[in-house]
Ligand binder design. Structure first.
Ligand SMILES: Cc1cc2nc3c(=O)[nH]c(=O)nc-3n(C[C@H](O)[C@H](O)[C@H](O)COP(=O)(O)O)c2cc1C
Length: 257
């Protein structure tokens, strides 16, 4: 592999008036790229990580939730504790405590005082799943559905998230492989820190869609190049993000300069 994607994405974002310019040009990746030696090391590291991820995602498919839950209790019988907490509300705080101020600012930070983010959470919390108690079943309910021509076991896909290597060294390789393993469509961000081709490889036979920050019409050649690479790499649908032509007012990022 080469670092073309990183250079190309970086270029895209230089000409794009997108919020992510700030993160990519000032993030750890930019300083990583600044030396040729480091870029070469980065290439080698990425190749070995991709191979590792592709190998591990080709391993056994994820067990169903009931089997998995039972295996946790079975291990507990021999005092084997899970490597992480199952209390998912604690994951965010645990991740935050391990992140640099810059990564935290990017991942956790909101626009303004965070009022819209708060309102979104409140609105989402009004919805609940109501079980139907009197229906006899021996299996988990069938939640399968079809989205964009793909049959999915449940209606969940990953939202596009940029520059994932600023908070995990394997970045998009890990999330693309995990999405494939769980049969969840993976949406790759234009601002990814991993090439389109390597993400596709890590995602294997998974369903993958591509998110586009549309560079200005002056640079349609770049857009065409990104899209043709995505198409060649098996991305089957396109998501165009329209809300980042003007940089959002993000106090956490501004505090980190
Ligand atoms: C850290 C972070 C990075 C994101 N990066 C992108 C991106 O590169 N492209 C994009 O279209 N949306 C990006 N988004 C927006 C998300 O895909 C999603 O639309 C948004 O967070 C709303 O969903 P939520 O309420 O579940 O967070 C990002 C969001 C976060 C929190």
């Amino acid at each position: 592999m080469s670092c073309d994607c990183i250079r190309e994405n970086h270029y895209v974002l230089e000409v794009d008036e997108a919020r992510d310019t700030l993160h990519r040009t000032k993030g750890p990746l930019a300083s990583f790229q600044s030396s040729a030696v480091r870029a070469e090391l980065f290439d080698k590291l990425t190749v070995s990580m991709t191979e590792g991820v592709v190998r591990s995602s080709a391993a056994a498919a994820a067990p169903d939730p009931v089997t998995y839950e039972r295996s946790v209790y079975e291990k507990g019988l021999s005092f084997e504790r899970p490597p992480f907490t199952f209390q998912s509300l604690e994951w965010e705080a645990q991740a935050e405590s391990r992140m640099s101020a810059e990564s935290k600012g990017y991942v956790v930070g909101n626009a303004g005082t965070g009022e819209t983010a708060r309102k979104n959470r409140e609105a989402f919390a009004k919805w609940s799943i109501v079980p139907q108690r009197l229906i006899k079943t021996t299996r988990l309910p069938d939640l399968s559905t079809t989205v964009l021509g793909k049959t999915m076991p449940f209606p969940i896909a990953t939202a596009p998230v940029g520059v994932q290597r600023i908070f995990n060294p394997m970045g998009e390789l890990a999330s693309a492989a995990a999405a494939a393993k769980e049969s969840i469509p993976y949406i790759m961000s234009t601002a990814s820190a991993t090439s389109i081709e390597d993400v596709a490889k890590a995602n294997g036979n998974g369903t993958r869609w591509y998110q586009l920050y549309w560079p200005s019409n002056q640079h349609n050649d770049i857009t065409a190049s990104l899209l043709s690479r995505a198409k060649r790499s098996g991305f089957s649908a396109l998501f165009v993000t329209l809300d980042t032509y003007i940089l959002g007012w993000r106090p956490t990022d501004m505090d980190n300069g």
